[in-house]
Design a protein around this ligand. Sequence first.
Ligand SMILES: [Zn+2]
Length: 86
Amino acid sequence: MIQKSPVMRKCISCRTTFDRNNLIKITNDHNLGIMVNQGMGRSAYICKSKKCYTDSKLKKKLQKALKSILNPDFFDIFEREIANYK
Ligand SMILES: [Zn+2]
């Protein structure tokens, strides 16, 4: 394995900077819509602290960051993804 220098990204909730690998990536894919840890396009990052991924303003913050309206399905996908980190 080639050691790559970490890519740092900011959590949209707590605004702390983390190694991208330690964040949950939400992407507004050009063709496929909103995706979690997949897709190409405008992305927002959330850290894996419960305070952040259960933030009551998360939806608003994500919609602003992604410049897109999140459909209700998104949170089903997101919750399933979050379940992996508990
Ligand atoms: Zn955070």
